[in-house]
Unconditional design. Structure first.
Length: 286
Protein backbone atom coordinates (compact mmCIF):
# COMPACT_ATOMS: atom_id res chain seq x y z
CA UNK A 1 0.00 0.00 0.00
CA UNK A 2 1.43 3.37 -1.02
CA UNK A 3 0.48 6.79 -2.34
CA UNK A 4 1.42 7.25 -5.98
CA UNK A 5 -0.49 10.27 -7.26
CA UNK A 6 -2.21 13.56 -6.50
CA UNK A 7 -4.88 15.40 -8.50
CA UNK A 8 -7.60 18.07 -8.58
CA UNK A 9 -7.02 20.75 -5.91
CA UNK A 10 -10.34 22.55 -5.33
CA UNK A 11 -11.69 25.30 -3.09
CA UNK A 12 -15.18 26.47 -2.14
CA UNK A 13 -16.35 29.50 -0.16
CA UNK A 14 -17.15 28.49 3.44
CA UNK A 15 -20.58 29.46 4.80
CA UNK A 16 -22.22 28.84 8.16
CA UNK A 17 -25.91 29.58 8.79
CA UNK A 18 -25.90 28.98 12.54
CA UNK A 19 -26.72 25.29 12.19
CA UNK A 20 -24.79 23.79 9.26
CA UNK A 21 -21.71 24.60 7.21
CA UNK A 22 -21.90 24.66 3.40
CA UNK A 23 -19.85 25.79 0.43
CA UNK A 24 -20.52 28.01 -2.58
CA UNK A 25 -18.70 29.27 -5.69
CA UNK A 26 -16.24 26.38 -5.81
CA UNK A 27 -13.35 26.37 -8.28
CA UNK A 28 -10.33 24.38 -9.42
CA UNK A 29 -6.91 25.68 -8.33
CA UNK A 30 -4.52 24.71 -11.12
CA UNK A 31 -3.02 21.23 -11.26
CA UNK A 32 -1.74 19.49 -8.13
CA UNK A 33 2.03 19.23 -7.72
CA UNK A 34 2.33 18.55 -3.99
CA UNK A 35 0.48 19.22 -0.75
CA UNK A 36 1.05 18.78 2.95
CA UNK A 37 -0.85 19.16 6.21
CA UNK A 38 0.82 19.84 9.56
CA UNK A 39 -1.35 19.60 12.66
CA UNK A 40 -0.95 21.05 16.16
CA UNK A 41 -2.74 19.30 18.99
CA UNK A 42 -3.02 19.90 22.71
CA UNK A 43 -0.96 17.68 25.02
CA UNK A 44 -2.32 14.55 26.62
CA UNK A 45 -3.15 15.07 30.31
CA UNK A 46 -2.78 11.71 32.08
CA UNK A 47 -3.91 10.90 35.63
CA UNK A 48 -1.58 8.51 37.44
CA UNK A 49 -2.75 6.09 40.11
CA UNK A 50 -1.16 2.94 41.49
CA UNK A 51 2.01 3.86 39.60
CA UNK A 52 0.34 3.84 36.17
CA UNK A 53 -2.03 5.89 34.03
CA UNK A 54 -5.60 5.26 35.11
CA UNK A 55 -7.30 8.06 33.16
CA UNK A 56 -6.24 10.32 30.29
CA UNK A 57 -7.57 13.55 28.85
CA UNK A 58 -6.29 13.02 25.32
CA UNK A 59 -4.99 15.85 23.18
CA UNK A 60 -7.30 17.37 20.57
CA UNK A 61 -6.86 19.32 17.36
CA UNK A 62 -5.91 22.97 17.84
CA UNK A 63 -4.90 24.24 14.42
CA UNK A 64 -2.97 23.22 11.34
CA UNK A 65 -1.21 24.46 8.23
CA UNK A 66 -2.04 23.53 4.64
CA UNK A 67 0.78 23.87 2.10
CA UNK A 68 -0.32 23.52 -1.53
CA UNK A 69 2.07 23.51 -4.47
CA UNK A 70 0.05 24.04 -7.62
CA UNK A 71 0.93 24.46 -11.29
CA UNK A 72 0.08 28.18 -11.36
CA UNK A 73 -2.32 30.83 -10.10
CA UNK A 74 -3.92 32.62 -13.04
CA UNK A 75 -5.86 35.88 -12.68
CA UNK A 76 -9.23 34.22 -12.18
CA UNK A 77 -7.93 31.75 -9.58
CA UNK A 78 -5.96 34.40 -7.69
CA UNK A 79 -9.04 36.61 -7.47
CA UNK A 80 -11.17 33.79 -6.07
CA UNK A 81 -8.56 32.27 -3.77
CA UNK A 82 -7.21 35.48 -2.21
CA UNK A 83 -10.24 37.78 -2.27
CA UNK A 84 -8.65 40.31 -4.63
CA UNK A 85 -10.51 42.93 -6.67
CA UNK A 86 -10.49 43.76 -10.37
CA UNK A 87 -10.03 47.32 -11.65
CA UNK A 88 -10.49 48.42 -15.25
CA UNK A 89 -7.84 50.85 -16.57
CA UNK A 90 -7.23 52.27 -20.03
CA UNK A 91 -3.79 51.84 -21.57
CA UNK A 92 -3.70 53.70 -24.90
CA UNK A 93 -6.66 52.28 -26.83
CA UNK A 94 -6.84 49.10 -24.76
CA UNK A 95 -9.00 48.33 -21.73
CA UNK A 96 -6.91 46.40 -19.22
CA UNK A 97 -8.17 44.39 -16.23
CA UNK A 98 -5.92 44.79 -13.19
CA UNK A 99 -5.93 42.46 -10.21
CA UNK A 100 -5.29 44.63 -7.14
CA UNK A 101 -3.93 43.61 -3.75
CA UNK A 102 -4.62 46.44 -1.28
CA UNK A 103 -6.33 47.19 2.01
CA UNK A 104 -9.59 45.83 0.59
CA UNK A 105 -8.13 42.35 0.10
CA UNK A 106 -9.92 40.05 2.55
CA UNK A 107 -9.19 36.32 2.63
CA UNK A 108 -12.49 34.63 3.50
CA UNK A 109 -12.42 31.04 4.85
CA UNK A 110 -12.74 28.22 2.35
CA UNK A 111 -13.12 24.50 2.14
CA UNK A 112 -10.27 22.66 0.39
CA UNK A 113 -10.38 19.34 -1.41
CA UNK A 114 -7.84 17.12 -3.18
CA UNK A 115 -7.58 13.52 -4.44
CA UNK A 116 -4.78 11.12 -3.52
CA UNK A 117 -4.17 8.00 -5.62
CA UNK A 118 -3.22 4.94 -3.55
CA UNK A 119 -2.17 1.51 -4.76
CA UNK A 120 -3.47 -1.28 -2.53
CA UNK A 121 -2.70 -4.90 -3.50
CA UNK A 122 -1.98 -3.74 -7.08
CA UNK A 123 -5.35 -1.97 -7.31
CA UNK A 124 -5.76 1.82 -7.50
CA UNK A 125 -7.96 3.46 -4.85
CA UNK A 126 -8.76 7.14 -4.51
CA UNK A 127 -8.80 9.02 -1.22
CA UNK A 128 -10.77 12.28 -1.39
CA UNK A 129 -9.67 14.66 1.38
CA UNK A 130 -11.61 17.78 2.42
CA UNK A 131 -10.27 20.34 4.90
CA UNK A 132 -13.40 21.96 6.27
CA UNK A 133 -12.25 25.52 6.97
CA UNK A 134 -9.00 27.03 5.71
CA UNK A 135 -7.89 30.69 5.64
CA UNK A 136 -5.39 31.14 2.80
CA UNK A 137 -2.49 33.61 2.97
CA UNK A 138 -1.06 35.88 0.26
CA UNK A 139 1.73 33.81 -1.35
CA UNK A 140 5.32 34.91 -1.80
CA UNK A 141 6.40 36.11 -5.25
CA UNK A 142 9.36 34.50 -7.01
CA UNK A 143 10.41 33.66 -10.56
CA UNK A 144 13.57 32.69 -12.42
CA UNK A 145 14.58 33.81 -15.90
CA UNK A 146 14.68 31.26 -18.70
CA UNK A 147 18.07 29.75 -19.44
CA UNK A 148 19.21 27.27 -22.07
CA UNK A 149 16.57 24.87 -20.83
CA UNK A 150 13.26 25.41 -19.07
CA UNK A 151 13.25 25.24 -15.29
CA UNK A 152 9.63 24.58 -14.35
CA UNK A 153 8.39 27.01 -11.70
CA UNK A 154 5.23 26.36 -9.71
CA UNK A 155 3.32 28.31 -7.05
CA UNK A 156 3.13 27.54 -3.35
CA UNK A 157 0.35 28.84 -1.11
CA UNK A 158 -0.29 28.26 2.58
CA UNK A 159 -3.38 28.41 4.72
CA UNK A 160 -4.35 28.05 8.36
CA UNK A 161 -6.64 25.09 9.08
CA UNK A 162 -9.45 25.66 11.59
CA UNK A 163 -12.39 23.66 12.87
CA UNK A 164 -15.74 24.08 11.18
CA UNK A 165 -18.41 25.95 13.18
CA UNK A 166 -20.90 23.13 12.64
CA UNK A 167 -21.96 21.18 15.72
CA UNK A 168 -24.55 18.63 14.58
CA UNK A 169 -25.32 14.93 14.91
CA UNK A 170 -22.73 14.00 12.28
CA UNK A 171 -20.22 16.82 12.56
CA UNK A 172 -18.79 18.03 15.88
CA UNK A 173 -16.67 20.96 14.69
CA UNK A 174 -14.77 18.83 12.12
CA UNK A 175 -11.54 20.03 10.57
CA UNK A 176 -11.17 17.19 8.03
CA UNK A 177 -13.44 14.86 6.08
CA UNK A 178 -12.39 12.01 3.77
CA UNK A 179 -13.88 9.24 1.67
CA UNK A 180 -12.40 6.39 -0.40
CA UNK A 181 -13.51 5.45 -3.92
CA UNK A 182 -12.76 2.87 -6.59
CA UNK A 183 -12.49 5.47 -9.37
CA UNK A 184 -11.07 8.98 -9.65
CA UNK A 185 -14.29 10.24 -11.21
CA UNK A 186 -16.27 9.16 -8.12
CA UNK A 187 -13.78 10.93 -5.84
CA UNK A 188 -13.96 14.07 -7.97
CA UNK A 189 -17.77 13.98 -7.93
CA UNK A 190 -17.74 13.75 -4.13
CA UNK A 191 -15.51 16.82 -3.69
CA UNK A 192 -17.32 18.85 -6.35
CA UNK A 193 -20.65 18.09 -4.68
CA UNK A 194 -19.47 19.05 -1.18
CA UNK A 195 -17.55 22.18 -2.23
CA UNK A 196 -19.99 23.14 -5.01
CA UNK A 197 -17.28 23.26 -7.68
CA UNK A 198 -18.34 24.32 -11.20
CA UNK A 199 -16.36 25.02 -14.34
CA UNK A 200 -15.91 28.73 -15.02
CA UNK A 201 -17.80 30.18 -17.98
CA UNK A 202 -16.24 33.31 -19.54
CA UNK A 203 -18.58 35.38 -21.67
CA UNK A 204 -18.95 38.80 -23.31
CA UNK A 205 -22.04 40.82 -24.19
CA UNK A 206 -22.67 43.22 -27.08
CA UNK A 207 -25.69 45.21 -28.20
CA UNK A 208 -28.04 43.42 -30.56
CA UNK A 209 -29.45 44.86 -33.76
CA UNK A 210 -32.80 45.67 -32.13
CA UNK A 211 -33.80 47.51 -28.96
CA UNK A 212 -33.71 45.43 -25.79
CA UNK A 213 -31.52 42.74 -27.34
CA UNK A 214 -28.01 41.62 -26.40
CA UNK A 215 -25.62 39.12 -27.96
CA UNK A 216 -23.94 36.71 -25.51
CA UNK A 217 -20.72 35.04 -26.66
CA UNK A 218 -19.04 32.28 -24.64
CA UNK A 219 -15.28 32.98 -24.69
CA UNK A 220 -14.21 29.48 -23.61
CA UNK A 221 -16.83 27.15 -25.12
CA UNK A 222 -16.54 23.41 -24.62
CA UNK A 223 -17.16 21.38 -27.77
CA UNK A 224 -20.59 19.77 -27.63
CA UNK A 225 -21.51 21.47 -24.34
CA UNK A 226 -25.05 22.63 -23.59
CA UNK A 227 -25.39 26.20 -22.33
CA UNK A 228 -28.37 27.86 -20.67
CA UNK A 229 -29.15 31.23 -19.15
CA UNK A 230 -31.45 32.94 -16.68
CA UNK A 231 -32.22 36.63 -16.28
CA UNK A 232 -33.39 36.18 -12.69
CA UNK A 233 -30.72 33.88 -11.22
CA UNK A 234 -29.37 33.20 -8.73
CA UNK A 235 -26.03 31.63 -9.68
CA UNK A 236 -26.50 27.91 -10.23
CA UNK A 237 -25.15 25.30 -7.84
CA UNK A 238 -23.35 22.09 -8.81
CA UNK A 239 -25.73 19.57 -10.41
CA UNK A 240 -28.73 21.89 -10.08
CA UNK A 241 -31.61 20.97 -12.38
CA UNK A 242 -31.62 23.51 -15.23
CA UNK A 243 -34.99 22.56 -16.71
CA UNK A 244 -36.43 26.03 -16.07
CA UNK A 245 -33.44 27.83 -17.64
CA UNK A 246 -33.46 28.97 -21.29
CA UNK A 247 -31.21 27.41 -23.93
CA UNK A 248 -28.33 29.63 -25.05
CA UNK A 249 -26.46 29.39 -28.33
CA UNK A 250 -23.23 31.35 -28.12
CA UNK A 251 -23.16 34.38 -30.40
CA UNK A 252 -26.96 34.51 -30.68
CA UNK A 253 -29.27 37.32 -29.58
CA UNK A 254 -31.38 37.21 -26.41
CA UNK A 255 -33.80 39.72 -24.89
CA UNK A 256 -32.54 41.47 -21.76
CA UNK A 257 -32.58 44.93 -20.26
CA UNK A 258 -29.37 46.91 -20.49
CA UNK A 259 -27.20 46.54 -17.37
CA UNK A 260 -28.94 43.48 -15.96
CA UNK A 261 -27.02 40.37 -14.94
CA UNK A 262 -27.35 37.34 -17.20
CA UNK A 263 -26.66 34.13 -15.27
CA UNK A 264 -25.02 31.43 -17.38
CA UNK A 265 -24.78 27.68 -16.85
CA UNK A 266 -23.26 24.68 -18.59
CA UNK A 267 -25.41 21.56 -18.42
CA UNK A 268 -24.39 17.92 -18.63
CA UNK A 269 -26.25 15.31 -20.66
CA UNK A 270 -28.89 15.00 -17.93
CA UNK A 271 -29.58 18.73 -17.78
CA UNK A 272 -27.68 19.26 -14.49
CA UNK A 273 -25.29 22.18 -13.94
CA UNK A 274 -21.55 21.57 -14.22
CA UNK A 275 -20.44 25.11 -15.08
CA UNK A 276 -21.43 28.64 -14.14
CA UNK A 277 -20.74 32.27 -15.00
CA UNK A 278 -22.40 35.61 -15.55
CA UNK A 279 -22.25 38.64 -17.82
CA UNK A 280 -23.81 42.11 -17.83
CA UNK A 281 -26.31 42.67 -20.66
CA UNK A 282 -25.54 45.38 -23.22
CA UNK A 283 -28.73 46.45 -25.01
CA UNK A 284 -29.93 49.63 -26.70
CA UNK A 285 -33.16 51.40 -25.70
CA UNK A 286 -36.30 51.85 -27.71
Amino acid sequence: MAIKGLTKPMFGEYNYNGAAASYTNGFMCGAAIEYGVEVETSDNNPLYGDDHIIENDYGTFNTGTLTLNTSDLDQYTSKRLLGLKEVQVTVGQTQVTELVTDDDAKQSPKGFGIIETHQINDVDKYRAVILCKVAMSIPAEAATTKGESIEWQTREVEGTINRSDEDSANYKHPWKREAWFDTRSEAEEYIKTVLNVLENINATAAAGSSAGQTVITISNPVTGAIYKYSTTGPVTTYKQDLTSWTALETGKTITAENGTTIYLAQADSTGKAVGAGSVIAVATGE
